[in-house]
Design a protein around this ligand. Structure first.
Ligand SMILES: C[S@@+](CC[C@H](N)C(=O)[O-])C[C@H]1O[C@@H](n2cnc3c(N)ncnc32)[C@H](O)[C@@H]1O
Length: 389
């Protein structure tokens, strides 16, 4: 199913029907090219930008859209200010990415063009193309379709240094599915995924529902692009909700009314930190974050963690460090950690066998082939406190 897009076409006084029809075509082609279903088009003939904006926001909130596309006149600067201003204003108001599909006023950029957000390009996505985006780079590695040229460039640059990165990303995704099914079989029916990423094959709720169709899932991410896609594609029934939240503030995620309404924290929960804690810097203290969730969970709860590591063969460790530098400079802070540091993230939990191991090996049916990756994954159980201590 394609994500849903809302369209907006300007029709100022004096704009002939044929021009409106042309803008509708620009929009339809653009949506198709970018992989969206164009659900509705709002034709703004009000000539009052604020009223049009209000109508558009209302429509975007009434329909669970993943993005809004705007087809505007080439002379937009003279009418409403720059494209980028309009885009930012709409994004603020609607809470979803706003993409500009303009008339062919200027040549479309190539991948080499400087991606300058102040420019309107014909049918080119302006929002989100200027810098690589962690969730979209990962989406590229796992074979998804929600990524742009700039994300692919970073994905390739990292793969040039650590050629196993895409294999690791796919193995990590498979580990996530196996861990969730394992916990569901152990009776866990509440899952809280922090750093959920873009919807992709084997989402947490799909894995959980394979075992227990009544399992409840909360997806949390701090990224508005991820949230917009998640709301459109993941939160499709009342067993699943998508919540905006930052892992660095456990108390605000745990206090979020939507989280509290969906999960019963008086019963065991599985908190999933899968491929997210390496985005937390040492000074932000990933151990403190996991502990913040641990302290709010009851015995019998679980934590699932996967993390990029730098141990083992020194040559490979140097390659991982170099890849982390490439990633950090292009996309986001990135901190690979040692196996010991990853083990310490499970503080207060009893590690399930086999402990943190390369994600390829955790409860894998595949035997005999040593995993070549850098991603460690494990599961811990929160035991009943020892009252004699
Ligand atoms: C590599 S994706 C992992 C997706 C999924 N957990 C998986 O393993 O397949 C990392 C996600 O973590 C999110 N993220 C990074 N830092 C975060 C933070 N401080 N709070 C919440 N989400 C965060 C990013 O936006 C991105 O969507």
């Amino acid at each position: 199913m394609r994500p849903v897009m809302l369209g907006y076409v300007q029709r100022r006084i004096g704009v002939p029907d044929v021009e409106v029809a042309r803008r509708m075509r620009v929009l339809a082609d653009f949506a198709d090219r970018e992989g969206y279903t164009l659900a509705e088009v709002f034709v703004d003939a009000l000539n009052r930008p604020s009223a049009a904006l209000a109508a558009l926001v209302e429509l975007a909130q009434a329909t669970p859209v993943a993005a809004v596309a705007v087809a505007v006149a080439a002379d937009l600067e003279q009418v409403d200010g720059s494209c980028d201003e309009l885009r930012q204003r709409l994004e603020r108001e609607t809470g979803v990415p706003v993409l500009i599909a303009t008339q062919p006023a200027r040549p479309a950029p190539t991948d080499e063009s400087p991606l300058d957000g102040s420019a309107c390009w014909d049918g080119h996505v302006v929002s989100g193309t200027r810098s690589a985006h962690p969730a979209r780079v990962y989406d590229y590695w796992i074979g998804g379709k929600d990524h742009f040229a700039v994300d692919r460039q970073v994905g390739e640059a990292v793969a040039a240094v650590t050629p196993w990165v895409a294999t690791d990303a796919r193995a990590n995704r498979a580990f996530l599915g196996r861990a969730v099914r394992h916990l569901a079989r152990l009776g866990v029916d509440q899952f809280l995924e922090i750093g959920a990423g873009l919807p992709a094959p084997r989402n947490v709720h799909e894995a959980a529902h394979e075992v227990n169709p009544r399992a409840r899932v909360v997806y949390v991410d701090r990224d508005p692009v991820v949230l917009a896609h998640g709301r459109a594609l993941l939160a499709t029934d009342d067993r699943v909700v998508v919540v905006a939240g930052d892992a660095r503030h456990p108390e605000s995620i745990l206090g979020d009314p939507a989280v509290r309404a969906h999960l019963d924290l008086g019963r065991p929960v599985a908190a999933l930190f899968v491929a997210v804690l390496h985005f937390i810097t040492d000074s932000e203290d990933p151990g403190r974050i996991v502990a913040g969730f641990r302290d709010a969970m009851v015995p019998g709860s679980y934590v699932v963690i996967s993390h990029v590591t730098v141990d083992g063969d020194p040559e490979r460790a140097a390659m991982v460090r170099q890849a982390a530098d490439v990633y950090r400079n292009a996309a986001a802070p990135f901190t690979p950690r040692t196996q010991q540091q990853v083990r310490e993230l499970f503080d207060g939990f009893t590690l399930l066998s086999p402990g943190p191991v390369p994600v390829q090996q955790w409860h894998s049916q595949r035997r005999g082939r040593a995993a070549a990756g850098s991603m460690l994954g494990g599961v811990g159980r929160l035991a009943t406190p020892d009252r004699t201590a």
